[in-house]
Design a protein around this ligand. Structure first.
Ligand code: OXD
Length: 319
């Protein structure tokens, strides 16, 4: 089996494939050849020989140069960057695997932001800069996640990992998803799975609203202006999925009309977030440039997952 790896990220160093990742993958499949590429031109020049392509993105026109390709594997969770023709186009398309290991890292980011908000760390830092021992003022702002009501929109692997992390602080979790699912083992009395039709009833009761939704037509505009208007003003809002479920102007309106108390935004409809976006200037907004899953261990976790899956599905059994 020839595994060609082209995992070079233009901006984020921890998303670059390193020698240790190659060594781990090679050691797991000694009869195979793991070949890393740094540049797309070199990757494309040898794609003809690849059985497996490990990539951040793939363009459909590359298929013409990949007669033996059986699998495209990407660490990304989102479906956005592997562009293949639809099945109705016919032909033998390679299988596509997306990473499923992001949950714990993204949960750290969301719960980290939640703690940042409820423990009033930004205000403490402000007081510190002024050398003020502001015990009364700071204490008035400190809250807890205990018994707060958390609603997670998008309750797949990532959403469930985020819900589980809130659970460890004693929150009550509602996971919203379109299709039925077995409740996670960590659910307790009061936790539930709901559907988007329940949002009208859920949103006014929600203390922490987390969006962990995939992009695409099914989630486009899901959070309408009317739904945002139902938020209770003390809610903390988090988006680590995609920017498409609401219009930015509706979110800005909800923020400036006092519907949302704090927001942690990691993803945006237009990325990079344009300099003229009003979101930059809203104090209660904490902006991160699409990094909620960043971690030095990111590709180690991916490689372990890939090895396990290649073994389980007997890819490369013939070497
Ligand atoms: C992903 C992402 O899909 O970073 O992995 O958004």
């Amino acid at each position: 089996m020839k595994i060609h790896v082209f995992l070079t990220h233009p901006h984020v160093a921890c998303w670059n494939f390193q020698d240790r990742h190659r060594d781990r993958l090679q050691a797991a499949f000694p009869d195979s050849r793991v070949v890393p590429f740094l540049h797309s031109r070199d990757f494309l020049a040898e794609l003809e020989q690849a059985d497996v392509a490990v990539v951040w993105y793939f363009k459909r026109e590359w298929l013409a140069d990949a007669p033996d390709l059986k699998l495209i594997s990407t660490p990304a969770a989102g479906r956005d960057w592997i562009d293949l023709p639809g099945e109705d186009a016919g032909g033998n398309l390679p299988a596509v695997w997306h990473g499923g290991f992001h949950g714990s890292m993204m949960a750290e980011s969301v719960v980290g932001a939640a703690l940042h908000f409820v423990k009033a760390f930004a205000f403490s830092a402000e007081m510190q800069k002024k050398r003020k021992w502001a015990r009364i003022k700071v204490s008035e702002k400190i809250e807890s996640l205990y018994r707060t009501r958390v609603t997670v929109l998008g309750f797949g692997r990532i959403g469930q990992a985020i819900g589980a992390a809130f659970k460890t602080f004693g929150s009550c979790v509602t996971g919203v998803r379109r299709t039925a699912a077995t409740p996670p083992t960590w659910f307790e009395a009061g936790d539930q799975i709901a559907t988007p039709d329940d949002l009208q009833a859920l949103l006014p009761q929600t203390d922490h609203l987390v969006l962990a939704l995939p992009g695409g037509a099914e989630t486009d505009g899901l959070l309408t202006r009317e739904l945002l208007d139902l938020l209770n003003g003390s809610v903390c809002f988090y988006n680590v999925g995609r920017g498409n479920p609401y219009r930015e102007e509706d979110l800005v309106r909800a923020l400036t009309h006092g519907k949302i108390r704090h927001a942690y935004l990691d993803v945006f409809d237009t990325e990079p977030l344009p300099e003229e976006s009003p979101l930059w200037n809203i104090d209660k907004v904490l902006i991160q440039p699409h990094l909620s899953a960043a971690s030095p261990q990111y590709l180690d976790l991916y490689v372990e997952e890939l090895i396990e899956r290649l073994r389980k599905e007997r890819f490369g059994a013939a070497g």
